[in-house]
Design a protein around this ligand. Sequence first.
Ligand code: SF4
Length: 207
Amino acid sequence: MLNMMIGFFKDLWKYRDKVKKQDKWMQKYIAQNNYALNPSWMMSTNLKIWVSEMEATFSKRFCPCFEPSSDPELNKKMMCPCEYVEDEIKEYGTCHCALFGSADLDKAGWKESSKRLMSEYQVPLNLKDGVLDTRRKPLDHRRNLPVPDAMHQLKATLNSYTGDSLKMIVETKQEVLNLEKIAFFRGYGCLSEEHTNHHEVVLQFRK
Ligand code: SF4
């Protein structure tokens, strides 16, 4: 928990200008659509940081909850604010990431949707002896993408991981490409190897 808090404030400082920029378009967007932003400062700020990080890593404003897919059409739909907002607000009261919600959603509704999101992402990691197997996660029924995906499993691992390197087992070539971009952006070493039914990616945190 302490590590997560330290990470949050470090990222907030790093992305402070970008977070302000995100807030600007988000305020306009909610006013135009009669939506609201998650009233939890911590939650909405975290999501603004993650949107900024997605934009910095992948050069486009991808949803903070899903890494880019291999399908360009789906990727277009996943730009924040994504094409699923209205539909998801009908289902959960908020979008998938609990960033935008209906203007009349009460505190309990926001809390419930935020809890739903946490329960999807705070799952036990398949991490053993420096190997993180990211496969076989449930799929989001709208995007057909895993939750949590390899990128979010890496993020969760790094909250407490102290090793110099990490081997990740992923299913698709797209996940390898995404990890390579993340590694490049964060200054990690990155080597990948293709196997018959999976790929292995070794991230080197300290050289
Ligand atoms: S789910 Fe929410 S945060 Fe994610 S892209 Fe859609 S609108 Fe943005």
